[in-house]
Each structure stands twice: as structure tokens, then as C-alpha cells.
Design a protein around this ligand. Structure first.
Ligand SMILES: [Zn+2]
Length: 446
């Protein structure tokens, strides 16, 4: 990937997203030094770039231009599960034991690297430039977050990483996973990469002892947590047996929830716990496709929103494509309530407004929006609308049109990481061949 001092994307239909989202016909975006310097009409913005020496110009005529999208809950490490022969599972606990815990327990650091590179490319191909990932590789815990970080940055993706601490393999492995989070957190100042961040990862209340949770709160040193919460009834039952209202209550009382923390799923929560999530300003991230796949239930997202919770959208490793999840979010809530008027604008807002806000908080600067000073990410979609696209019907096109289109060009922090739909500086056939070889070896020994 070659670094240019500035990137100009011009002549596109520009959608800025964010809380004050606008639409600009014949629009342009100028990125300088990795940040958005100007957004506006091509005539106005092109003039600002005229004196630039090392300028790459991308003509987006006939294309839609958006900021990079954000996936607020991802598991890159799930790559080798595709096609794996796992024993049939009757419930969520068995799915974890028969598939996910066996898989991550068998991983080497080479597996970790390829498992990250493959979906990182898919993210870019889906217009996603920022992910909040949740990693587990109990076969090779120490150093794994650095391997994931190097892999995603090589592809060009921006990522917030976390290692899922769990007592499922005993205290020694739990302690290693605590140390891995702490070590990676501590390495971030040395890396000095504004496109890397870290949250302290926790699996879920039901696989974490009080001792381990207290150690995590100490080791996090004020960093936020990224944890699964009330994904399945099993998590709630375990918390109730320990005297809590549920798993959200237990996490709240042990100091895990708060304005910097992300609680994924929050399906089986009581009204009191919804109030706790809102009062603590914990970010909730819903993952509809995964929940359907695991048959664990459907989060009452309207109730969480009504209570004042911030609710973002993630894919839980099911897909790299957050627009797939946007559609699933609408459909699953409509099916749950039998009300076809539900969740259209709320789900759209998750992608264009809430997810960018979540990422901006994590990375400490505006991410996922096209505005002056924001991270310099642009996606040029091969989408020549078959029906009129105006400022008034953007949501309809994002939900029902854009998912059928693919990005032609993707820029992350001013770096062109995808051109003509292909990742820059990466031999995709070689990556796929190596991934298949490593996956086959893991399947033989898991
Ligand atoms: Zn997850």
C-alpha cells in the first residue's frame, strides 16, 4: 500500500452519515494526513486540493460515497469454523462446548493470523473499515492480540481488540488471558497507531468466577470491558443461582458495566437490568443473525432504546457484512412483534449514527462519519441507483439497494486499501490456499 499525502474522491453521491447526516449530489471528499479535511460539492473541494503535490484522485461518477462502516461486535477468529464437522448441539451451552471452545483451544498463532486476514479483507469488501473484535485462542493465548493487530493492520482495517477472559479451562488459562489483555493494552502507546484500540475482553458472566472478575477489574486499570451478556438463558440461570437478578446485574455489581463498556446481546435481561444498563451508560450491541443461528432468543431492542440505552449493531462473527445485519435486525424485530412498521429507522440509525458514535468513543476521535477532522475513511460503492436517490430516501437505498452493491474503492485513514474491489498489496489466492491448509490441519487435531 502506497501512502499519499492526500486523497480526493469526487463526482459521487456523497452520504455523510452521523447524527447530522447529509446527502450531496456531485459531492467530493478530501482527505489529508489521514483525516477528512473537506466534504462538499466537487467544485468547492477540488479547489482545496489543487496545490497538493502527492494527490490520488478517485472519480466516483455513478457511485455512492459513504464513510467506512462499523461492526460493533465481531469475532475474526471464527474463520475456520466454516465447514467444520462439529457434533450436533441441542442448546447454546453445547454449541459452545462442541464447536467454539474446541476450535479456539486448538488454534496456533499461525491460525490466529490467517483467521484474521481472511475476514479483514471481507470487511473491506463489505464497506466495513472499523471493527470492535472479541478474540479467543486458548491454544495460543499469549501474543495473540499482537498477531491479530498486525494482521488486520496489514490488510488496512481499523480494529479495537479484546481477549475473552474465561475460567472455562481453569485458573491458569484464565490468568494467561487476563495477562494478554493487560499486555496488549500496555503495548498500545508503543505502537502509536491511531487505528488500533483495546477493550478488556471477558467471555460471559457464567464462565467467570468472582475471583477472576475482580482480577480483571484491577488489571483493566479503568479501561472499558467488552463482554457477552445474557446471550442465553444459561448465563442468567448461573447468575440467579449466585443470588443476582441475572447476568447484567452480576456484571454491574462486580464493576464491569459503565460508559466505556460494551455488553453484547442482552437478550435475557429483566426490566430492572435494562434500567441498570441505561443508568450505567453501558453500550449494548445486538447481533440478530447469530442469535437466530443459535436459537437463543431475540433481544427486545425497542425496550432497550426506550429505556435510553445506546444500542449498536454487530455481527458476532456470522458475517463481515454489517448491512446484512441491518436487514436481519429489521426483519427479526418485525417477526418478533408481528408489526411490519417496526425498527426501520432505528436499525438504519444503528449503522449510520450509533455504531460511528461507539467507534468514536473507543478510538477517541470521530470515526464512521464524513465531517472535517474525522478519520479519513471513504467507501466508493459501485451503486448506480435504479430508482431516484435523494436526501429524503437514503435509508431505503441503504437497506434495500446498497447491500446488493460492492465497494469499488475503500480508503482507511487516507490509505487506499481496496482498489477495483481488490485488496491492495495482498495475494488473495495465496491467502486462501494457506487458510485452507491451516484449517484442514486444525480440523485434524481439534
Ligand atoms: Zn460474540
Amino acid at each position: 500500500m502506497k501512502d499519499h499525502s492526500a486523497v480526493l474522491v469526487k463526482n459521487g453521491f456523497v452520504l455523510t452519515f452521523g447524527d447530522r447526516g447529509t446527502a450531496i449530489h456531485g459531492g467530493a471528499v478530501l482527505i489529508r494526513a489521514g483525516r477528512v479535511e473537506a466534504v462538499g460539492s466537487t467544485d468547492d473541494v477540488e479547489g482545496l486540493a489543487a496545490a497538493e503535490d502527492d494527490l490520488v484522485t478517485i472519480d466516483a461518477k455513478g457511485c455512492v460515497v459513504t464513510p467506512g462502516l462499523v461492526n460493533a461486535h465481531m469475532h475474526l477468529y471464527s474463520t475456520f469454523a466454516c465447514g467444520i464437522a462439529a457434533a450436533a448441539s441441542r442448546n447454546f451451552s453445547e454449541i459452545l462446548r462442541n464447536l467454539w471452545w474446541r476450535l479456539d483451544r486448538a488454534m496456533t498463532l499461525d491460525d490466529v493470523r490467517l483467521s484474521a486476514v481472511v475476514p479483514a479483507v471481507r470487511c473491506l469488501r463489505s464497506g466495513v473499515t472499523t471493527i470492535i473484535d472479541h478474540h479467543a485462542s486458548f491454544g495460543a493465548t499469549r501474543g495473540s492480540l499482537s498477531v491479530v493487530a498486525d494482521a488486520v493492520r496489514e490488510v488496512g482495517l481499523r480494529a479495537c481488540l479484546a481477549y475473552e477472559v474465561s475460567d472455562r479451562w481453569g485458573e491458569a488459562d484464565a490468568d494467561e488471558s487476563v495477562a494478554e489483555n493487560a499486555e496488549f493494552l500496555g503495548s498500545l502507546p508503543r505502537r502509536a497507531d491511531p487505528d488500533l484500540a483495546c477493550l478488556f475482553g471477558l467471555h460471559a458472566s457464567f464462565t467467570l468466577s468472582e475471583r477472576t472478575l475482580r482480577r480483571c477489574v484491577d488489571a483493566a486499570g479503568g479501561a472499558g470491558f467488552h463482554v457477552h451478556c445474557a446471550e442465553d438463558k444459561a448465563d442468567v440461570i448461573a447468575a440467579r443461582e449466585a443470588g443476582f437478578l441475572g447476568s447484567a446485574d452480576r456484571l454491574a455489581r462486580l464493576g464491569v458495566l459503565g460508559p466505556k463498556s460494551i455488553a453484547a446481546h442482552c437478550i435475557h435481561v429483566t426490566p430492572e437490568e435494562v434500567g441498570m444498563l441505561a443508568a450505567s451508560r453501558t453500550t449494548v450491541v445486538t447481533n440478530p443473525q447469530s442469535n437466530m443461528n443459535n436459537a437463543v432468543g431475540v433481544a427486545d431492542v425497542p425496550a432497550l432504546l426506550d429505556a435510553g440505552c445506546t444500542v449498536g449493531l454487530g455481527s458476532d462473527g456470522m458475517t463481515a457484512d454489517i448491512l446484512e445485519e441491518l436487514r436481519a435486525e429489521i426483519f427479526t424485530q418485525r417477526q418478533r412483534t408481528g408489526d411490519p412498521t417496526r425498527m426501520f429507522m432505528q436499525a438504519y440509525d444503528m449503522v449510520v449514527s450509533t455504531n460511528p458514535r461507539i467507534a468514536s468513543a473507543v478510538f477517541g476521535r470521530p470515526v464512521g462519519v464524513l465531517e472535517t477532522g474525522a478519520a479519513g475513511d471513504v467507501v466508493v460503492w459501485d451503486y448506480d441507483p435504479p430508482t431516484p436517490l435523494t436526501a429524503d430516501n437514503v435509508a431505503g437505498h441503504v437497506v434495500f439497494g446498497l447491500p446488493a452493491a460492492r465497494p469499488r474503492t475503500v480508503v482507511v485513514s487516507g490509505r487506499v486499501v481496496l482498489s477495483d474491489g481488490r485488496p491492495s498489496g495482498l495475494d488473495e489466492a495465496a491467502v486462501a490456499a494457506e487458510s485452507r491448509r491451516l484449517a484442514a490441519a486444525l480440523w485434524r487435531r481439534w
